[in-house]
Write a protein that binds this ligand. Structure first.
Ligand code: B3K
Ligand code: ZN
Length: 876
């Protein structure tokens, strides 16, 4: 693959202000006629050829200003159309006819058919698989789209923008014309055609425009789209209230399809979704599914302003739309639910997905400087860390200046393709602050480490915090500069209340934020009458790791008393992680782990504290996962020892609190009809945590079986199934539950994904054989990304002991699967392969097996550029 570099950016010689497309849809032979009005940029000579991108295209017609070209007038390959014979005038029309096959398109990029429905995916570079075009985000065009199709096969015909006309044609065919008045880059183009059901609603914007809303789903699944519709209306309202952003077309359509490479796509006025992020009801969706739908619906909707109205100049600026839009959807969910619980969930996700990326061979800056395959850069770093960077801007400026900066950004760049520099400048200009050092967050890869020490002087009544930041080398960046790290903090007195210092000297302090800018800095607070317990990084105010020398008692104090719930959770996590790591050492030394009674009591105390949110207590009762522990250990990982340590802690907690947990479990039982609201979901989350502990304490599946049978919703049913399969996998209870689940939901692929997942994640070396066997299940297919992710993806990312079995057999199996999937769907294969990114931190035997599997992939001929890029960077 070719290397693309940020510094090589150059604007195009030609622009395409208008694009008119006609699709004559046929399953195997679709004809696309593109009429492009082209404009030569000032100063560009007419001898400059017009070079358009293609991918796997077949040209069947070409004219310029209506005339055919001579043999030397153009050159067409499947990847490129170069037109040399151009008029002297600066404006002309190019008409291109291509023929494509939606049925054989298994990459799910460009125009493809999924369960008989035509749909498109163009981001990042899928439009060039439909027609030849300047397929890059800085070429904005106004689109008019005419779709013709068989009326029986595709009664519904959709594209971007507003519907203009529709009617019947000869031969049982019909047509529809759509016009999108907002200039957009080609990656936001979309078309959907098929036999779909829909639900409809409307939203009136605050300036009084009525917008028709529709969600299209497979016939018969309409009732399962109601929650998504509700989330959409709440998103529209929220963006008006919180960011002052209104919707800008007469219609907004969402379509759910079953074969989709990612979550969803923000095409202007026509969002296309993986049906997993649309379909939900109590019977089939868990609380996590509901929250996911709410977040993804909001995310795609919010892109209308951050991504569509203002798009990216080039793909290096991807975080400009993605990080910002993730930040916006996080804020939305926080406002709809419990802010603290939402924030903790974000921190967990960031640490689970982004920190390992930043610490491994695939590390890259939030704004990468180079890529070989852009689809491999839709990463946790660009999305999640990108969102953290925006969040830090708000922390540094405060909410009012942040909003002022956002307003300025919208005002200045509406209708443009912008850069990170434009974004940062808007905040600098709105606030008068210098963000040049802060902007290093976009440039430097890796997770900074903060080490902190404290000193209390009772005579002087001063408290001094000494901070030191460090950042390890990452691929291509050996030397790093110090960053501007905003650290929210509190100094807590023995009564549990925050102490307000008289003054602060040293590093800048504004309100409750310390601004660390040097490599090493001190802050000295005066007027501190007693030795305080410091709470640092409240709200997880910066994406850093924190090494602090706080003693055990202080952490327990924080876990119980910090006024910031995120701080409480961080302190508890630190304690649990310390205990778990000590346990791993003991296991590897051949001893049983010794569990600290203080920690066991602390967990019991939090569980019993009814003044706390149930959802918060559930988070506290779930000890760090196996991969969290592995990440904190850092190297020479033995996943079996990690599991053993974690299980020992769970058992100690379960046995110590057996009675209390049983009573609480009963008390939290379901009452009334199911509601997916945050409070009810929190209650279920806590109760399902307790179910696991109880089952461990009792060493008996009967509680889980009873819950599985009685459940009136998928959250409780799936949780019970999880306990049965993971804890009592060989029992009749587990077998019967799996059988009953399959019998009931065998007709519903999305629900069956949960059935595959729960088995793929059952710990232990025997998992591989089960995964192999499940691949021949009648409902499994490698052609469907959701199915593949449920079985192969979850096995590789959420079954540490199964995937990393010591003989390396699972790596071999995985390599075979990657190579197989790569032949059909390179994007999916490349994404799955990132499961091996932390191979270097394994103990030597597993490490060597993993390396060999990677090397075998790398040595295979005809790899896609996607997989080749990942495997080469992973091997380093
Ligand atoms: N923008 C799309 C992601 C496209 C991924 C292309 N490989 C979804 C989103 O982030 O909203
Ligand atoms: Zn996005």
């Amino acid at each position: 693959g070719q290397l693309f570099r940020l510094e090589d950016y150059r604007p195009t010689d030609y622009l395409i202000p208008q694009t008119s497309l006609t699709f004559d849809l046929h399953p195997e032979r679709t004809i696309v006629r593109a009429v492009l009005s082209v404009e030569r940029r000032e100063g560009v000579s007419a001898s400059q050829p017009l070079v358009l991108d293609g991918d796997d295209l077949k040209l069947v017609g070409l004219t310029v200003n209506g005339a055919l070209l001579g043999d030397n007038g153009y050159r067409a390959t499947p990847e490129r159309l170069e037109i040399a014979e151009l008029p002297a005038e600066d404006r002309f029309t190019v008409e291109i006819v291509t023929e494509i096959n939606p049925t054989t398109n298994r990459q799910l990029m460009g125009l493809y058919r999924s369960s008989g429905v035509y749909c498109t995916q163009c981001e990042a570079e899928g439009f060039r698989r439909i027609t030849y075009f300047l397929d890059r985000p800085d070429v904005l065009s106004v689109y008019t789209v005419r779709i013709e199709a068989s009326k029986a096969e595709a009664p519904v015909l959709l594209s971007n923008g507003n519907p203009m006309e529709a009617g019947d044609l000869a031969g049982g065919r019909h047509f529809a014309v759509w016009h999108d008045p907002h200039p957009k880059p080609s990656y936001l183009f979309a078309l959907v055609a098929g036999d779909l059901g829909s639900i409809r609603d409307s939203f009136t914007t605050r300036s009084g425009t009525k917008v028709d809303l529709a969600i299209y789903v497979e016939d018969g699944k309409e009732p399962r789209a109601l929650y998504a519709m509700d989330a959409l209306k709440r998103s529209m309202q929220w963006d008006e209230e919180v960011f002052g952003r209104e919707y800008d077309l007469d219609v907004f359509n969402v379509v759910a399809v079953s074969d989709f490479n990612m979550g969803a796509m923000e095409n202007k006025g026509l969002n296309v979704f993986n049906d997993k992020y649309v379909l939900a009801d109590a019977e089939t969706a868990t609380d996590t599914d509901y929250a996911g739908i709410e977040a993804v619906i909001a995310h795609e909707y919010f892109h209308n302003w951050t991504g569509n109205r203002i798009t990216c100049r080039d793909w290096f600026q991807l975080c400009l739309k993605e990080g910002l839009t993730v930040f916006r959807d996080h804020e939305f969910s926080a406002d709809q639910r419990s802010r603290a619980v939402k924030r903790i969930a974000e921190v967990k996700t960031l640490k689970a997905h982004q920190f390992p990326e930043d610490a491994g061979p695939l590390a890259h800056p939030v704004r990468p400087r180079q890529y070989r395959e852009i689809n491999n850069f839709y990463t946790a770093t660009v999305y999640e860390k990108g969102s953290e960077v925006v969040r830090m801007i708000r922390t540094i400026l405060g909410p009012d200046l942040f909003r002022k900066g956002m307003d300025l950004y919208f005002e200045r760049h509406d209708g443009e393709a912008a850069t990170i520099e434009d974004f940062v400048k808007a905040f600098e200009d709105a606030s008068g602050r210098d963000l040049s050092q802060f902007a290093l967050w976009y440039e430097q890869a890796g997770t900074p480490n903060l080490s902190v020490s404290y000193d209390y002087d009772p005579a002087e009544k001063t408290f001094t915090i000494e901070l030191e930041q460090s950042l390890k080398a990452t691929p291509g960046q050996s030397r790093k500069k110090p960053m501007h790290i905003p650290i929210e903090f509190g100094l807590i007195g023995s009564d549990g209340k925050d102490i307000t210092p008289a003054s602060a000297t040293g590093a800048e302090v504004t309100g409750d934020v310390i601004h660390l800018r040097q490599r090493k800095e001190k802050v000295r607070f005066t007027g501190i009458g007693e030795r305080p317990v410091p709470s640092l990084l409240r709200g997880f105010s910066a994406p850093v790791t924190l090494a602090s020398e706080l003693p055990h008692e202080d952490l327990i104090f924080l876990a119980l008393n910090d006024s910031d719930p995120v701080g409480r959770w961080q302190a508890l996590t630190k304690l649990l992680t310390g205990a778990l790591i000590a346990g791993v050492k003991q296991v590897r030394g051949g001893k049983p782990p010794v569990i600290d009674a203080d920690i066991v009591n602390l967990v019991g105390e939090i569980a019993a504290n009814e003044t706390l949110d149930a959802a918060f207590r559930a988070l506290c009762l779930t000890p760090p996962g196996e991969s969290d522990i592995a990440r904190e250990i850092g190297d020479n990982i033995d996943p079996d020892a990690v599991l053993a340590s974690r299980e020992a802690l769970i058992k100690a907690i379960a046995e110590a609190h057996r009675q209390a947990f049983a009573a609480l479990y009963d008390k939290l039982a379901n009452t009334g009809t199911f509601s997916p609201d945050a409070e009810s979901a929190g209650r279920r989350a806590l109760r399902n945590c307790l179910l696991d502990y109880l089952s461990v304490a009792e060493a008996d599946p009967s509680h889980a079986t009873a819950q599985f049978r009685a459940a009136d919703n998928m959250t409780d049913r799936a949780a019970a199934l999880g306990v049965l399969v993971h804890r009592f996998g060989d029992s009749d209870s587990a077998r019967e539950a799996l059988g009953a689940f399959e019998e009931r939901f065998g007709g519903d692929p999305l629900v069956m994904d949960k059935w595959f997942m729960v088995q793929a994640t059952r710990p232990g070396a025997a998992a591989l054989d089960r995964v192999r066997a499940l691949m021949s299940h009648r409902l499994f297919s490698l052609d469907n990304p959701n199915r593949t992710r449920a079985l192969i993806g979850l096995f590789a990312t959420a079954n540490q002991t199964g995937f990393n079995r010591a003989d390396g057999a699972a790596y071999d199996f995985f390599a075979d699967m990657i190579l197989k999937i790569d032949r059909e769907n390179p994007q999916l294969a490349a994404r799955l392969l990132t499961a091996l990114r932390s191979w270097r931190s394994l103990e030597p035997v597993r490490r060597e097996h993993a390396r060999a599997a990677l090397a075998r992939i790398a040595a295979t001929e005809k790899l896609s550029t996607d997989v080749k890029d990942i495997v080469e960077r992973t091997l380093g």
